[in-house]
Design a protein around this ligand. Structure first.
Ligand code: FAD
Length: 389
């Protein structure tokens, strides 16, 4: 959606395709980080964006062995918005779609599922929808997520980094509080992230990869007890989980393509590199890919030039940040999640690296920088053709 907005702003005729009928679904992730907020500011859209319902989180905290620890403190970042905006992803997508709709050359087509690529002389010239309709394009961008059909159809080679976890995703009621209380509980051989969405918790209960079926087989009552044990503060409300329809399995993967492009086609976002939930950075990395793609391609495309020779530059630009973030995610998978969630090690005291964060609070500025702004941050450089109505 971000790529669609930027290419339309640069004067290209854009068609964004979405297979679902609406955005109102449980997407993975609610975190709009300072890096993305800065991009919205550069586009002059930040004030409008912040009018949408959201919460602002300046410190990311976790409860480890019953102690509250500040893991990332955003309040010193060198940007205007020194916070993570917690906004359900449907709201963010709807915002971008609304902004893009101001461009007469932008069109969003819902219930349009891409099923195949159209090829001519081995060049991608568009795609086919499940309805049989063919859409031709000078450039096709595969932004269809971690289960991308298009990346498979393009035969892009992929490196799987493995992920030891999946996530069970469910809601539990909560009292509204003045401050957003999003946080996580690590310990008791389990991990649960609680996203504060006002009058309910959006809970992400981390389980070993492939374990969901066995957990379900034990029954909902056993699951309620497990959740209450992992996060005792949720014990009074777990009773509202009545059946498995309320619990969704979100499958986690960590991989990347070793080639993101071929003539006529470019993969970005999770389609190019599926991200783990660790750090809540995937949405923001996908947005940065979209900005880089527009910076490199939108001007030449709008001017009618052949952009095939430029496609590799997008991969060259974005591979480094992808590698860095995935290396950190993999380290957290191996050193934190596997011991806690897979081997079920019980934390009875705060591990020493986290103890350091408690003693030297300025250390929490380092993860804040990595998570909040990332590496090789993009800025809006693509042209504005002045077509906005
Ligand atoms: C459990 C979990 C929690 C996460 N939490 C966070 C978080 O808090 N913050 C964060 O930043 N990241 C988080 N992530 C990572 C984040 O979800 C992804 O990195 C991010 O959504 C990638 O964005 P994308 O636009 O590339 O793909 P997606 O968000 O997956 O979007 C792809 C879109 O394409 C559509 N689509 C798919 N196939 C087709 C098709 N064939 N035709 C037409 N449309 C199609 C889909 O319906 C979807 O709308 C989490 C990941 C997991 C697994």
């Amino acid at each position: 959606m971000m790529a669609g907005l930027l290419f339309a702003r640069a004067g290209c005729k854009v068609q964004v395709l979405e297979k679902h009928a609406d955005f109102f679904r449980d997407f993975r992730g609610d975190t709009v980080h300072p890096s993305t907020l800065e991009l919205l500011r550069e586009l002059g859209l930040l004030d409008e964006f912040l009018k949408r319902p959201h919460d602002e989180v300046r410190k990311l905290t976790g409860r480890v062995a019953n102690e509250q620890i500040v893991i990332a403190d955003m309040s010193h970042l060198p940007v205007q918005s020194r916070f993570v905006a917690l906004m359900p992803q449907w709201e963010f997508l709807d915002f971008l779609a609304q902004e893009a709709s101001h461009y007469p050359n932008f069109n969003l087509k819902m219930e349009a599922e891409a099923t195949d690529l159209l090829l001519e002389n081995d060049r991608v010239v568009g795609l086919r929808l499940s309805s049989g309709e063919e859409i031709r394009a000078r450039l096709t961008i595969a932004a269809d997520g971690r289960s991308s059909v298009l990346r498979d159809k393009a035969h892009f080679p992929r490196k799987d980094l493995g992920a030891p976890i999946d996530v069970l995703w469910f809601r539990l009621p909560k009292e509204k509080t003045a401050a957003n209380e999003t946080g996580g509980t690590f310990g008791a051989g389990a991990m649960i992230v609680e996203i504060d969405r006002g009058d309910y918790w959006q809970c992400a209960y981390v389980v070993p990869k492939g374990a969901a079926e066995a957990i379900k087989a034990k029954g909902i009552d056993a699951f309620r007890k497990e959740v209450a044990h992992a996060a005792p503060e949720l014990a009074p409300v777990v009773g509202t989980l009545k059946d498995w329809d309320q619990v969704k399995l979100l499958s986690v993967s960590l991989d990347r393509l070793t080639r993101w492009w071929r003539p006529g086609l470019l993969a970005i976002g999770d389609a190019a590199h599926a991200m783990s939930p660790v750090g809540g950075v995937g949405i923001n990395l996908a947005v940065q890919d979209a900005v880089a793609a527009a910076n490199i391609l939108a001007g030449p495309l709008a001017a009618g030039r052949d952009v095939d020779p430029l496609l590799k530059k997008v991969q060259e630009r974005r591979l480094f940040p992808t590698r860095v973030v995935q290396a950190v995610q993999k380290a957290v998978h191996d050193r934190v999640l596997t011991p806690l969630v897979v081997r079920k090690i019980v934390l009875d005291k705060v591990p020493w690296p986290l103890r350091l964060f408690q003693r030297l609070p300025f250390l929490s500025r380092i993860p804040a920088r990595l998570v909040g702004l990332g590496v090789r941050r993009e800025h809006i450089r693509s042209p504005d053709a002045g077509l906005r109505r």
